[in-house]
Write a protein that binds this ligand. Sequence first.
Ligand code: NOJ
Ligand code: NOJ
Length: 547
Amino acid sequence: MRFDASILLLAAVASSSAALFVEPRSRRQQVTFALSPKSFRQSVAAVASSQKDLSSWVAYQSDVSFEGILANIGPDGANVVNSGVRPGVVVASPSKSYPDYFYHWIRDGAITIRALVDHYAATGDAKSKQIIDDYIASNQAVQRVSNPSGAFEGLEGLGEPKFHVDGSAFVDNWGRPQRDGPALRAITLINYIYALTNRTSSQASDYKYIYDQVIKPDLEYTSKFWAHPGFDLWEEVNGLHFFTAMVQFKALCLGEQIAEAMNDPGAAEWYRAQSIGVRGFLRAFWDDGKGHIVETLGSSRSGLDSAIILGAIHGGSESVYPLHSDSMIATLHSLVQDMRTRYKINIADMEDFNETAEDIPVSVGIGRYPEDVYAGGDKAAEVAGSDQLGNPWFLCTASVAHALYALAEHLALSDKHLVITNLTAPFYLPLIPSAVSAKDAAYIDFSSTSNALPTAVKLAFDPASKETQAIIANIVRYADGFMNVIRKHSDAEGQLSEQFDRDNGFMRGAKQLTWSFEAFWNAAKMREKTFEAIQRRREFFSMRAKL
Ligand code: NOJ
Ligand code: NOJ
C-alpha cells in the first residue's frame, strides 16, 4: 500500500486525543462525545447506499455534460455544425433567440476549454487536444480583431467580452470591457503547456509560440489593467470585482512560472511584482462588518454572490482565499442561507425537510446573487411578466457543491485539528453529529460567547477523531444534496439550461448552456477526488489502528 506525502504527514501528528476545546478548562470538561457506535454505523450504511445511487447518476450526468460541452464547440459540435462557427470557438449556448447566446464569450470559452485541458491531462484524449489546438488558433486571431474595447496594439482590445462565432467583432452596446477573460485564457493555456510536457517528452520551451502569441499578450493585459475598473462576470456592474481579481492573481502567479520556463526573466519579475499587488488588493474584499467577502467594492448590494465561490474555484491560491478558508466558508454559508428563503422551490424543500430522517441542512438551488432580476431572457418569462425575477442557476448550484467537496477533501488530507472559529461556527454547527450538539447545546452557544473576535477558535477536533470523520462525511452529504438539486431540475436526457424556475423548478433561460455542463463536470471531478482522499484517509487510520 502506498501513501502520498500528505497522508504520511498525518502520521506524525495524529494522536488519540478526542476533542480539544480551546476554552477555559472548567468548561472543557463539560463536553463529552456520546456517539453510539451502533447508530453511527447504521447511518453510515444508509448514507452509503444513497451515495451509490447518486454516484451512478453523477457518472451519467458527467458523461452527458462532457458531450454537451463538445456539442457546442465549432466547427462540428452537434449543436453548432454548419453554422459558421470557427474551429475551436466555444458557443455559450445553441439558443439563437430568447435569449441569443450564439456567441463566443472569452470567459465561457476559457473556462470550458480548461475542462478539456484537465481531461487531456488525465487521459491524453486526442479529440480534446485537437479542440484545444483549434481554440488556440482561433483565439490568437480573435485577440487581434479590433473591437469596441480597443485594438490589439495597446492591448485594450483584449478586454472585449464577446465575439461573433466566426471570430468577428460584436459592436452593439454591451458591458465592456470585462477584464477576467484574458486572465482565464492565460490560466487555461499555461495549464495546457504543463499537460503537454507531462504527457509527451517535450519541454515548456517547445511551446514558446503559444506563450509569445497568445499567453503573453493576455498576461501583459492582466498585469497592466488589473487596477482599472471593468464590468463583472455577470456583465452588469462597472467596478472592481473579487472574481476578476482572483483569476487575475492566479494568472499572474502562473505567468511568473511560465515566463521563467520560457526564459523571459524580465516578464517573470514583472508578473511577480503585479501578483503581489493583486494579492494585497484582494484583502479589500473582506468585509469585517458583514462577516463575508463582497464581490464588488463600494456596491450598494449585499455583496454576497456565487461569483465569490467561482473566484476561488478558478482563481486564488492555497494561501489566497482557497475554498477551505474561513472567509470562503463564512461567505458560502451566508449565500446559501440567503438562497434558502429567496425562491419558492427552496422554501418548499425547506418545509419538506424531515428533521428525523435528515440531520444536516437542506441543500437548495443557488442563484447568482440575492438582488438578481435577470430571468434568462427567455420568451416564457417575458410572456408571464416574470422577466424581472432572477432564478437559481445550475452553474451556481454546482459551484457550491464543488466548494463543499473541496473543503471535505482538504479536511480529509489534513494533519491539523479541524478548527471551528466564531466565523465558521454557523456553518459547522449543524454538521457536527447530533449526539454532540444536542447534549452540549448550552456549551456550544456561540452567540453568548464573550470573545467577539470572529477568528477566535471555539472548537477544535483532532484529525483522527470520530467527530472529524463524521463532519467530513456530513459535508460530503451536504455537497451531494446540491448535486441532487441539479438532478431534480435537469431533464431526463441530462440537458442543463442556464437557470431553473424559482417557482416551479423547470429549466429556464439559455438551453444547453456550455458553462452549466462545465460546472457540473468540474464538480463531479472534485467529488471523485474527495472520495479518493477519504478512502486514503480511511486506509491510513485503519492501518494505524492495527499497529
Ligand atoms: C445579459 C447578460 O449576459 C446577463 O448577465 C445580464 O444579467 C443581462 N444581460 C441583463 O443585463
Ligand atoms: C450571462 C452570464 O451572466 C455571463 O457570465 C456569461 O458569460 C454569459 N451569460 C454567457 O454564458
